[in-house]
Design a binder for this molecule. Structure first.
Ligand code: ATP
Ligand code: MG
Length: 875
């Protein structure tokens, strides 16, 4: 049986022999592309070539791409586990032509590889061809049909509609007709019953698409129309796991060696058995597939730098993991974390081609384990909450709103709610739930909706130059612009220039701000700068009147300098952490702002105060050494690494890279930096905290922010000194004030005790004998604690005491009632009741025990009346 490793290698070799360059997979998690969260197809990383924004170095490339289809236009999440051939994360094998070969070669080579190299029986293959679409004014793809006809019998060529045979990445962007190749791997007896061609694209689990050949020649515009691209391209994608299924002679992706090691491990850990769907194990099988699939997606996402979180891409990853936890919980009876245990198997299996999991195994394991822990706790809590909901339900139907609250506020999965309710003989109002969900979706869509118009091209300019490393000001021409409409910001313009000094947000560093000046002196502010498909986009509130003018583009120098200072400090911080804590420290996130910097890194425990001090000292020592910037632009990637530069996981690097060196610190980096570490002035750590299991966060400030910090500290200190009347030694002065304070407190305590003692003497004289009871009702000038002490002392000295004390303090009244225990028992008196009743007179309330109780109120005017009434209780 062909091993999956060899199947992958053969694909790449085949296209390499046809002059394709083998390139690495791009990271699965996409950074810096506002239009896409995760790579969902092999072509994503080449978008800029299709759009004509950049010229490719090589017009033929091939690779295997890690893809994730869990959001946006391509979302297979709910299928995964239910069927046997959709995954969340999968590898897409692909070959590309950027304006080079077209349909003929793409078709012939695909056929050659499948039937001659992999030796798949021609009789199980079907191909599809685009039938055309009236609404887009597109005719049937005759070219593709004719090329296929030469190698495939016509009864195996099937016409397909826009849904299946016109590939689009999203609502906008490069697209085109496609030809798919399908396999029919059903047993012969079934094939005689229904011909395979009737089952193509009919969601049959054994008649599935394995390869899609896309002929990119259009761009879908914002208004929905198609426009011809300047060149024609080939973009193919073959599902690696599906190919393995065919070549390994099995009928499910999960029975290939890509998945069996994971499945065996799940069986062992959970003490369950995979493959009993025919008897009663269908749910078990689904759960095992879900877990085996999802652990791959989550582990690779974490290794790519995306930690589970509460927003954006991190939230999608969290949801995938939670889906797996929940299937394990319900159908595999896993009440403790277990998914993290699979990472080892996964890393062993994948490390030859994808080393990232192995090299970050500790982090991946810790993060998954911690997520499992906390979600299992949520599930437990949710179960309790659900019990309350059930208890509070009249009738047998639980409202959708209640279920939605559980789902939305507590993260409790709705299918679990439904399942438990069913088991308990209740019903869920599913329509009500759906309505709530829909309402919420609309709320968030309305809040974030952005409409992007089409580009207005002024001049064609392929290579946009970034000149901002060397200058902050230059003359520019507008080459294109478009309008974006967002609910939040209103109408904005996105401007592109022939060249620009503005740094686009990237590598954690914020985008530059600044302004454009027109020849007649008008100013248009640039509010932010971003990069999209390798084009630098400047965000502005308006458009220059004459778009053909030459403009002066000026970067906000102050902000840029502060940002550069924080960026260089980030590199020094990285170096300091690796030196002081150890080389296990890997960058896990970075935010370089003009006013502060934030750095996330892998480390297993809290960084101690002493270590933080060392880190701070280390960075400040590098600042004091006045290390000059040594910048190497456009050096080969390999060379940079050989020279000791640090590269980051989950980052996409080209062949030519930029290396930034300050002394011993050397990193691959596209950001802007100071010319000399002395420009940073000073580095101060402002906080250290945890982000996730095994990931810490340090926040720090430099340059102007550090100056401000010192200035405000000095100011506060001077104020303290002046309050202290400018003593020579302020510390000594404060300490002596504190000592004096302590001594005074002691003295006051003593005085209060004396006062109480004197008062006690007075009160003894006031005691009345009424019906054999020692009665006392009096106003005292003491605090609550002292009154309590006094009451108990008197109680110890006198039998049958009934006392009511009243006190007035800062406009509030207080009543305290003490009744000797014997007296209370014997006569049924109750101090609690006394203060509750008399408390009304002081507009308050209180309570306590039968022998001692207090009440507080807002009306001191009622005190005398309360004291008068006290005697009524014993008469
Ligand atoms: P399907 O109709 O089976 O969902 P698709 O039309 O979505 O496939 P494409 O977008 O053309 O697929 O992707 C190219 C290839 O990638 C497919 O031919 C298939 O082999 C593979 N593929 C697509 N989606 C998945 C998935 N979720 N899991 C595994 N492989 C997939
Ligand atoms: Mg699909």
């Amino acid at each position: 049986m062909a091993k999956s490793q060899d199947i992958r290698a053969k694909f790449l070799e085949f296209f390499e022999k046809k002059q394709h360059e083998i390139v690495p997979s791009a990271p699965m998690v996409i950074k810096n592309d506002p239009t896409l969260m995760f790579t969902n197809a092999g072509m994503n990383q080449f978008k800029e070539y299709f759009l004509g924004n950049t010229a490719p170095k090589n017009t033929r490339v091939t690779d295997t791409q890690k893809c994730l289809r869990v959001s946006g236009k391509h979302n297979d999440l709910e299928e995964v586990g239910m069927d046997t051939y959709h995954h969340t994360m999968f590898e897409m094998l692909g070959n590309w032509s950027f304006g080079d070969y077209f349909k003929k070669e793409a078709i012939e080579w695909a056929w050659e590889l499948l039937t001659e190299v992999y030796k798949i029986d021609k009789d199980i293959l079907y191909v599809t061809v685009f039938e055309g679409a009236d609404d887009d004014g597109l005719e049937m793809d005759n070219d593709a049909y004719n090329f296929w006809k030469k190698i495939v019998p016509e009864e195996r060529i099937i016409m397909g509609n826009k849904k299946d045979n016109f590939w689009e990445m999203g609502d906008q962007g490069p697209c085109g007709p496609s030809s798919e190749i399908h396999v029919d791997i059903r047993p012969p007896e079934e094939k005689t019953k229904i011909p395979g061609r009737n089952l193509v694209n009919q969601d049959h689990p054994q008649v599935v698409e394995i390869w899609n050949l896309v002929f990119i020649e259009f761009n879908r515009k914002a208004n929905g129309t198609l426009e011809k691209l300047p060149a024609r391209h080939v973009d193919t994608g073959m599902g690696f796991e599906r190919l393995c299924m065919v070549l390994q002679g099995v009928t499910s992706n999960y029975d290939t060696d890509v998945f069996t090691p994971l499945i065996r491990e799940i069986e062992t850990i959970t003490n369950s058995k995979y493959g009993n769907a025919d008897t009663d194990g269908e749910k078990t099988d689904i759960a095992i597939r879900v877990v085996a699939d999802h652990v791959r997606a989550v582990a690779f996402a974490i290794a790519d730098g995306q930690l589970p979180s509460n927003t954006g891409a991190g939230y999608v990853i969290r949801r995938i993991l939670r889906r797996a936890i929940r299937y394990g919980f319900t159908f595999l009876n896993q009440k403790e974390p277990f998914i993290f245990k699979l990472v080892d198997t996964l890393s062993k299996q994948m490390h030859e081609f994808f080393p990232e999991i192995k090299s970050q195994k500790n982090l991946v394991v810790n993060v998954i384990k911690e997520e499992e822990h906390s979600f299992l706790r949520t599930l437990e809590q949710g179960l309790l909450l659900l019990e309350n909901v059930i208890a509070g339900t009249n009738g047998k139907v639980v409202s959708g709103a209640k279920a939605f609250e559980l789902y939305d506020t507590y993260g409790f999965p709705i299918d679990l709610t439904a399942l438990i309710l069913r088991e308990r003989g209740f019903q869920l109002d599913e329509k009500g739930f759906e309505a709530e969900l829909q309402k919420q979706k609309e709320r968030s869509r309305a809040a974030t909706k952005v409409e992007t118009g089409d580009w207005h091209i002024i001049t064609d300019d392929l290579e946009e130059e970034f000149v901002g490393y060397d200058t902050l000001e230059t003359n520019v021409k507008l080459t294109r612009y478009r309008i974006v409409e967002s609910k939040k910001e209103g109408e904005m313009y996105q401007l592109v220039f022939n060249l620009t000094p503005f740094y686009p947000e990237g590598g954690g560093q914020v985008g530059d701000k600044g302004y454009l000046e027109t020849p007649n002196g008008d100013v248009i502010y640039i509010l932010d700068t971003k990069k999209e498909n390798n084009v630098i986009i400047h965000l502005a509130k308006g458009l220059p009147k004459n778009i053909n003018d030459t403009f002066k583009a000026v970067v906000d120098q102050k902000q840029r300098k502060r940002t550069a200072s924080n960026h260089t400090a980030t590199h020094l911080l990285h170096q300091a952490l690796r030196t002081i804590l150890g080389t296990h420290v890997e960058q896990k996130g970075s935010m370089v702002h003009s006013s502060y910097l934030r750095f996330d890194f892998s480390h297993f425990s809290k960084v101690s105060d002493e270590e933080l001090k060392q880190v701070e000292d280390f960075v400040n020592a590098r600042i004091r050494e006045q290390l000059p910037l040594e910048e190497k632009r456009g050096i080969p990637y390999r060379q940079a690494l050989d020279e000791g530069a640090i590269a980051l996981f989950g980052e996409k690097y080209g062949d030519a890279v930029r290396a930034i060196k300050f002394g011993e610190s050397m990193e691959l980096c596209g950001g802007t930096h100071v010319q000399n570490t002395a420009d940073i002035w000073h580095f101060i750590i402002t906080s250290e905290s945890a982000v996730a299991a095994g990931v810490r966060r340090i926040e720090a400030i430099t340059s102007d922010a550090a100056k401000d910090y010192f200035a405000s500290q000095t100011e506060a200190f001077n104020e303290v000194k002046s309050i202290l009347k400018n003593p020579k030694d302020p510390v000594k002065a404060v300490v002596s004030i504190q000592e004096e304070n302590t001594a005074l407190k002691k003295q006051i305590e003593g005085l209060l005790k004396d006062k109480a003692r004197n008062l006690k003497g007075e009160l003894k004289n006031k005691l009345e004998q009424v019906n054999n009871i020692n009665f006392l009702a009096t106003k005292v000038d003491l605090d609550a604690a002292s009154i309590k002490d006094l009451a108990f002392e008197l109680g110890n000295e006198y039998k049958n005491l009934f006392a009511l004390f009243a006190a007035e303090n800062e406009g509030k009244a207080m009543l305290t009632c003490y009744i000797s225990k014997e007296l209370a028992n014997e006569k049924g008196y109750n101090a609690g009741q006394v203060v509750r009743e008399l408390g009304k007179l002081i507009h308050g309330g209180g309570g306590g025990q039968p022998f001692f109780a207090t009440a507080g109120g807002k009306n001191p005017g009622g005190i005398s009346q309360a004291l008068e009434k006290a005697k009524d209780y014993i008469l």
